[in-house]
Design a protein around this ligand. Structure first.
Ligand code: ZN
Length: 463
């Protein structure tokens, strides 16, 4: 059996992955707060965890992996959006969940096993907070419940910070009811017009961090295998999840392996609204960039490195995928190439696995006279382990114009030119087609035209 190795943030080492229960490998990814469209950067860990999910299913069996990703549907950003727009909160969260599903589906990300919503887990959160208070790790004050960071000696271990460093470096909300400025909110009071639930500390709503601890415990147990998110979540979110879960369930270990991905840039710059290079997944899809192209570009950089989205990469990827889809026509899945599996197992080296796919495709293309039946099948299966060349993501490459009328005309002009030895009309038509981004192949058997990556139908002249 292939052994997966993962760079574990918790130990700062690359470790062999040994599941607690190979019959049920369990992983958790912090999901979105649902008040707006997901931006491109949000897709990075979704795609990373999707490849990990596929790899684990390949190694341990499709029915032996449980993947949980939550929806944060109670949050001050959602409340603010509702106040701005005058719309009910449930309308906003429902609509955003729908958008999120549509966008991630378009990128070929499989749906997780469970997608719990915070508002469905309020009783579990209240129970966990009560337990933390009973154990002396939390306290109630002025309608709030707060986690006491001084009560947990390992606070800061994941991100490698001491509480004093955090106080010095972080923008800590100082509040009179906090014993230590780093103490964080488990529960807070809700005023009018803001969602709330009755609790032992009064009418209120949970803080953000407690939801992941409560949902992970309910769906995955006190100890599970892998937890992940963007590296911007390491502190404070993941640090707080660990503190809550470890103190509420000292018998458990919470997550054994922590995976954090680096951030996304656009054309070498940080993505930000002020720089005008901020865009959502939907923006790209609406520009006509296929989800499969976004996916392969995102997987082209190892998750541990900053990822740079560029238009040039997208154009190149479009070309690659068109060629690959042509290559696998009629091929059926067998099983993936072991080298691709090994590369993915090596800390999810998606970039290396794509290089291997390029080499495999090159080899097949270099032997057009050979049938390459097995090679194509292995290539297809390997690509699908990365969620590429799937049926669901297909179709976009064929959705080009019908160029047969142009091919017929060019064929007729050529036949004429063979007689007259005057090729001017043939050359003129060829340059018109090339100018419109059409790839022209003329052989003894006929004329073949195909829309290339720079195809522009408006540059085609009538025939
Ligand atoms: Zn979380």
């Amino acid at each position: 059996m292939t052994t997966i190795r993962l760079q574990n943030t918790k130990t700062r080492k690359r470790e062999d992955f040994v599941p607690i229960d190979p019959q049920n490998v369990r992983m958790y990814l912090c999901g979105p707060t649902v008040y707006d469209r997901a931006h491109l950067g949000n897709s990075r860990n979704v795609l990373l965890f999707d490849v990990l999910f596929r790899l684990l299913r390949h190694i341990y069996g499709a029915d032996h992996v449980t993947y949980v990703r939550n929806f944060t549907d109670v949050d001050d950003k959602i409340n603010a959006r509702a106040a701005e727009t005058g719309r009910p909160i449930s309308d906003i969260t429902e609509e955003t969940v729908g958008w999120y599903h549509a966008d991630m589906d378009a990128l070929g990300a499989m749906r997780p096993t469970h997608e719990p919503r915070a508002t469905q887990y309020i009783p579990q959160m209240i129970a966990m907070i009560e337990d933390l208070i009973a154990k002396g790790h939390a306290y109630a004050a002025e309608g709030h419940a707060l986690f006491a960071v001084d009560s947990y000696a390992d606070y800061g271990a994941l991100s490698g910070r001491s509480v004093d460093d955090m106080i010095a470096g972080a923008r800590v909300e100082v509040a009179p009811y906090k014993r230590n400025p780093m103490d964080f909110v488990l529960w807070k009071p809700s005023g009018e017009g803001v969602p709330g639930w009755d609790s032992p500390w009064g009418y209120g709503r949970p803080g953000w961090h407690i939801e992941c601890s409560a949902m992970a415990h309910d769906l995955l147990g006190a100890t599970f295998d892998i937890h992940g998110g963007g590296n911007d979540l390491q502190f404070p979110h993941h640090e707080n999840e660990i503190a809550q879960s470890s103190c509420a369930c000292p018998e458990g270990e919470f997550a054994r392996y922590w995976i954090h991905n680096e951030m996304l840039q656009v054309e070498g710059k940080k993505m930000s609204k002020s720089l005008g290079n901020f865009f959502t997944i939907r923006d790209l899809l609406d520009q006509g960039i296929p989800g499969e192209v976004i996916r392969i570009v995102m997987l082209g950089t190892h998750y541990g490195k900053p990822m740079d989205w560029t238009a040039a990469k997208a154009a190149q990827a479009t070309k690659t995928l068109k060629a690959w889809r042509k290559l696998i026509k009629g091929a059926e899945e067998v099983g993936p190439d072991q080298e691709v599996v090994d590369l993915l197992a090596d800390d999810l080296n998606t970039a290396g696995a794509l290089m291997r796919l390029h080499a495999m495709a090159k080899e097949i293309a270099a032997n057009p006279q050979k049938d390459c039946h097995i090679e194509k099948a292995v290539f297809l299966s390997s690509a699908r382990l990365l969620g590429l060349l799937t049926e669901e993501l297909g179709g976009w490459d064929a959705a080009t114009v019908d160029l047969s009328a142009f091919a017929d005309k060019l064929g007729a002009l050529r036949a004429q030119a063979m007689e007259t030895k005057d090729f001017a009309a043939v050359d003129a038509m060829k340059s018109m087609l090339l100018g419109a981004g059409v790839e022209v192949r003329m052989s003894k058997t006929g004329v073949e035209l195909e829309a290339g990556p720079a195809f522009d139908a408006t540059k085609l002249e009538d025939v």
